[in-house]
Ligand binder design. Structure first.
Ligand SMILES: NC(=O)c1ccc[n+]([C@@H]2O[C@H](COP(=O)([O-])OP(=O)(O)OC[C@H]3O[C@@H](n4cnc5c(N)ncnc54)[C@H](OP(=O)(O)O)[C@@H]3O)[C@@H](O)[C@H]2O)c1
Length: 321
């Protein structure tokens, strides 16, 4: 029997699985085999995952295409499918950002590539300093009213930006953002805990969090070296950022806490994220079935007060990170 639980996206009726699956750098990117993609997505679904997170920009549309194909033979009503817009999709001056023009054109292209009539969630993939917030809120509200998008969300917005979006939406009886998608893991906690989570809670928004394993660092796979067939071997800027930092010493020290909790470091990091206040879903990334299986095992791990204290001591929340 699956240990999966389901949680609302803040104050709304739709529920997402506490662990979901995303496609950044993987599907359509490092994994281009359709049958293999299908195998991983279907295994996740069989284990109770109902939320699949995509973005237009992941492999420049290829993630939407390959994940859409893999999801096509599952019942659409049982799935919560998201995509995102903001990052440039071409050199064109308007093929980016959160203007009304780009949002409308982007969602049409995403629906076609995924092969669905509607997105459950459309995320603004960053805050757009060049577009008036009111224009974005109105465009999103129109998409919701058209039924092309059921909820809209944000990614990496500050608490103040979320509050402004809700103030504009309230003034105009428009739909405000329902869910924020920040990075959140044992090594990157400060901004979420000090700013984003309190704002989201006030506004009735859910949080679905990305890179819960810090791109794999928290698994311990990078303790000694960068394995050949790994994300940090493939992506130079991530290797420079993560492999050289002080994170690896802490990850090594985490082994004892995981042993005490009777699980792997990977499962401990994921279960910790899922147990933090305000989290609707922890978005997993996986490049193999054994990885997926290990990660989903986090659903059965309980974070006791003792374990939480030990993790807080090793990975303190640092303001601004
Ligand atoms: N909104 C945003 O700006 C944003 C940004 C990033 C991600 N996201 C979303 O969040 C999702 C998850 O992020 P993420 O992929 O960075 O998550 P992550 O859990 O931090 O990293 C996942 C990667 O770590 C490695 N890994 C995972 N489980 C493992 C295991 N059990 N043992 C060993 N290695 C393991 C795999 O890479 P290798 O096997 O290749 O090493 C896997 O692709 C993305 O797919 C995307 O949907 C959103």
């Amino acid at each position: 029997m699956s240990d999966m639980t389901y949680r609302p996206l803040g104050r709304c009726g739709t529920k997402v699985s506490a662990f979901s699956l995303g496609g950044w750098t993987t599907f359509g990117g490092s994994i281009t085999d359709e049958a293999f993609t299908r195998e991983i997505l279907h295994a996740a679904y069989e284990a109770g995952v109902n939320f699949f997170d995509i973005a237009d920009v992941y492999a420049i549309g290829a993630a939407e295409t390959i994940m859409g194909k893999a999801l096509a033979d599952l019942p659409r009503r049982n799935l919560v499918i998201s995509s995102k817009c903001y990052w440039p999709m071409s050199e064109d001056v308007n093929d980016r950002g959160l203007s009304r023009k780009h949002i409308f054109e982007s969602v049409e292209a995403s629906l076609k590539r995924i092969g669905t009539d509607y997105l459950d969630i459309l995320f603004c993939h960053r805050y757009d300093e060049e577009t008036p917030l009111e224009e974005t809120v109105r465009a999103m509200d129109d998409l919701v009213r058209q039924g092309k998008v059921l909820y809209w969300g944000t990614s990496e917005w500050t608490g103040a930006q979320l509050r402004s979006a809700h103030a504009i939406a309230d003034d105009r009886h428009a739909y405000g953002p329902q869910v924020e998608q920040p990075q959140y893991n044992l090594l990157v906690r400060g901004k979420v805990e000090d700013d984003v989570q309190p704002a989201a809670e006030d506004l009735g928004m859910g949080l679905v969090v990305w890179s819960p394993l810090a791109s794999g660092l928290l698994t311990g796979k990078y303790d000694d070296a960068v394995p050949d067939d790994s994300r940090l071997a493939r992506i130079d800027w991530l290797r420079e950022q993560l492999f050289e930092g002080e994170g690896r010493d802490k990850v090594r020290a985490m082994t004892e806490i995981a042993e005490g909790a009777g699980c792997t470091r990977t499962q401990l990091a994921l279960a910790w994220a899922a147990a933090q206040p305000g989290i609707s879903s922890v978005i997993l990334g996986a490049t193999s079935l054994p990885q997926l299986e290990e990660n989903l095992g986090a659903a059965a791990v309980e974070i006791t007060d003792e374990v939480r204290s030990a993790l807080n001591a090793l990975f303190p929340s640092v303001a601004g990170t």
